[in-house]
Design a protein. Structure first.
Length: 351
């Protein structure tokens, strides 16, 4: 029986729900551990607005959007703040109606290194990194050099399974490197395209290593401008990135993660389909069919895609093509509510 290496996932990842009040409010996380997020992704559940991505490397006044491919936005008076165990929101900042009165929001939060960064010279491009190697997560910023074969240090000390990368000062798509196809192709978090297959211009057709990831000379990843990359490594009992095959049945594919998922992101790699996020807060029971996409600004919907979040993984409960078409390949990225078996030997239960 596999034991966890992270006994309390809430020390590294938490989800918060809140209802806007049209003014200022502090949101406190409800996990077992206090969590000051270093990467925070916010999405309105009830209005059609772009999602916001904020991180402690760039600071609370710097925002990126999905599904937009826009430049990083800067707000002199930010309407977001990092707190010791949560965050603050202020409608007066005006960005995307954040904290709009009576609107509902979901917030996904990951811990890196508390905003403390270090210079990393492992690659041919020197990067600035804050890493949480225990939880397999790092935030990497760098300036490109428009040179094919350039490399960037990521600070994980292990091969990343997923990289989400965005240009900050140019209108470029969100590029995603996944384990599907050996980590040499790409998909775009704000688009529906299938996996590209081996691609020289983006990842230089080169699989990431335990120290660096490689770049081509595409403007989306390596022009002479600034970029941010979020790098993730699967950690036993806490996180898992991988793939599965759909079976086109309501008795769908079961995916073993080794933990009770709090968050699951799914994207078909073999066809043009949406990215879908499921989590244990929306709703709090099985089956889960409350959907949010990263490639559309839409509010959450009750959808045809259905999954069960189980004690040791997740199971597809619908034959809908976005998550479970027969023979199609799907990428998934999951984070834990609780490990299946913690180091005290006590297993968790399904919801």
């Amino acid at each position: 029986m596999a034991y966890a290496t992270v006994n309390d996932p809430s020390a590294n990842f938490q989800i918060a729900l809140f209802t806007g009040n049209g003014g200022t409010q502090n949101i406190t996380n409800d996990g077992n551990a206090n969590l000051k997020g270093d990467l925070v992704s916010i999405k309105s559940r009830s209005s059609s607005n772009s999602g916001a991505w904020i991180d402690s490397t760039r600071g609370p006044t710097k925002w990126l959007e999905t599904p937009a491919n826009a430049n990083e936005q800067t707000f002199a008076n930010s309407n977001f703040g990092f707190l010791t165990d949560g965050f603050s929101v202020d409608y007066n900042g005006g960005y995307n109606n954040l904290n709009k009165n009576s609107d509902n929001y979901v917030v996904w939060q990951w811990k890196a290194n508390g905003g403390t960064t270090a210079s990393n010279s492992s690659g041919t491009i020197t990067s600035t990194v804050q890493a949480n190697t225990t939880a397999g997560f790092s935030i990497v910023s760098y300036t490109g050099n428009n040179t094919s074969g350039a490399t960037v240090g990521h600070g994980l000390g292990a091969v990343p399974d997923t990289i989400i990368l965005k240009a900050l000062t140019d209108s470029q798509n969100w590029f995603v490197n996944t384990p599907v196809g050996g980590g040499v192709g790409y998909m775009m978090l704000n688009q529906t395209d299938a996996d590209s297959g081996a691609n020289v211009s983006v990842w230089n057709s080169t699989t990431p290593t335990s120290t660096v990831f490689s770049l081509g000379n595409s403007g989306g990843v390596n022009d002479s401008i600034s970029y941010i990359a979020y790098c993730f490594k699967s950690i036993q009992g806490y996180s898992k990135m991988g793939s599965y095959k759909g079976n086109g049945s309501s008795d769908g594919a079961f995916v073993y993660t080794g933990f009770k998922p709090a968050f699951v992101l799914i994207k078909c790699t073999s066809a043009v389909k949406n990215w879908y996020i499921f989590d244990n807060k929306r709703p709090t029971y099985n089956v889960d069919n409350i959907l949010i996409t990263t490639n559309l600004p839409d509010a959450e919907v009750v959808g045809s895609e259905k999954i069960d979040l189980l004690s040791n993984g997740f199971k597809l409960r619908q034959d809908f093509s976005h998550t479970n078409a027969s023979g199609s390949t799907y990428f998934y990225m999951a984070f834990a509510e609780h490990p299946f078996v913690a180091t005290n030997g006590v297993p968790t239960t399904a919801r």
